[in-house]
Write a protein that binds this ligand. Structure first.
Ligand SMILES: [Fe+2]
Ligand SMILES: [Fe+2]
Length: 365
């Protein structure tokens, strides 16, 4: 892995290194019963489907400004996203390029979180089968960090530091001493959101072949990781919870959902491009398109929590406030490991690509 970093990733407030102390139990499994067939199948699949970053075509000329121009990004934004002022082509291109760089940067930082969290699971999970799979996931996550970092620094040249909300959530996940909470935070919440976000990225950047290839490979890995989380937690939660244990998990889910929602407001983008964040973050919060876009990020999280029996009245109440309960009857990651972009967004983009810019009423509400 030899590549040029044209533009290093900016550092967050922590500086280069961020050291956090945690105490947890490390568990050996001397029985090696290896009875969990579904986890073992996932482990075999993970090994068989390993790929290398060298298989990607890094000679691809990535010119996102040209791509944004070609896809008439100003027409799309002005038609569907109701910006506070009509955007010129140049402004819309600047916004799209920075929003993409922001999203991809948070993917990178989330991948580092996943690398550390899956290594922690190797130590803390009590079953050997799950240690095997988590070890396989560790190798996947290292590769994901590698390719996103290379894409951002060698190809895009624009990147962002970790969003404070994502940083807080990753810290919560890796410091919690309860191993199931690591799974819940990383495999169900962070990776569940990432799966939906990757699906969006593939659609938005449909005319950039390198990011298409990267995203398709990573999505295939991530769908296994989410399935790993669901399978492991189903087994762990089969015995039920005390009221206090349930309350702790509900609190964690609700707090994580708010942190993940906040990181999608992209405050830093508007600061970087010099647009008043008060006006533009308000737009991110209030415009129907942006609200729908953010809600769709939860389209895998909600059915997966339901499968785990964690869509309790308290969680439902919080999710109703976030307006994401409508995904509860969607297929979960065991029923459908692959992720398709939400149908309403597909039809919106298809309409646009077909030249029907007069279909604002079909925008997700
Ligand atoms: Fe990953
Ligand atoms: Fe992952």
């Amino acid at each position: 892995m030899d590549y040029k970093q044209h533009n290093p990733v900016p550092l967050p407030k922590y500086g280069q290194h961020h050291t956090i102390r945690s105490t947890m139990d490390t568990v050996f499994d001397w029985e090696y019963s290896l009875k969990e067939k579904k986890l073992l199948q996932l482990y075999e699949k993970g090994k068989a489907q390993t790929w290398n970053a060298t298989q990607l075509d890094w000679t691809t000329d990535v010119d996102v400004e040209r791509i944004a121009h070609e896809s008439q990004v100003d027409v799309f934004m002005n038609t569907y996203m109701a910006p506070p002022k009509t955007l010129t082509r140049e402004e819309a291109v600047k916004l799209r390029v920075n929003m993409n760089a922001f999203m991809l940067s948070q993917f990178l930082h989330g991948e580092q979180g996943a690398l550390v969290a899956s290594a922690k699971i190797v130590q803390t999970v009590p079953w050997e089968e799950a240690k095997f799979y988590a070890a396989n996931q560790v190798a996947d996550e290292a590769r994901h960090v590698e390719v996103y970092h290379r894409y951002l620094t060698e190809k895009l040249g624009v990147s962002y530091e970790v969003h404070p909300s994502l940083g807080t959530l990753l810290e919560d996940i890796v410091t919690d001493s309860r191993w199931d909470v690591t799974y819940l935070g990383m495999q169900i919440m962070v990776e569940g959101l990432a799966l939906a976000a990757f699906g969006m990225m593939r659609m938005i950047m449909s005319n950039e072949p390198l990011i298409q290839d990267i995203t398709a490979r990573i999505m295939a890995d991530e769908s296994r990781h989410v399935a790993f989380g669901v399978l492991s937690l189903q087994k762990a939660y089969a015995g039920g919870f005390t009221a206090q244990e349930m309350k702790e998990r509900e609190d964690f889910i609700i707090e994580s959902a708010y942190l993940l929602r906040d990181r999608l407001l992209m405050h830093q983008v508007f600061e970087r491009i010099g647009w008043d964040p008060k006006i533009w973050v308000k737009w991110m919060q209030e415009s129907k398109f942006n609200q729908a876009f953010r809600q769709m990020m939860f389209s895998k999280i909600v059915p997966n929590l339901k499968r785990l029996g964690l869509l309790t009245p308290r969680v439902r109440e919080a999710f109703a406030t976030l307006d994401i309960l409508r995904f509860e009857n969607d297929k979960d990651s065991v029923e459908q490991p692959e992720v398709a972009p939400p149908e309403e967004l597909v039809s919106l983009l298809m309409n646009f690509l077909a030249g029907n810019t007069d279909v604002q009423q079909s925008a997700p509400a």
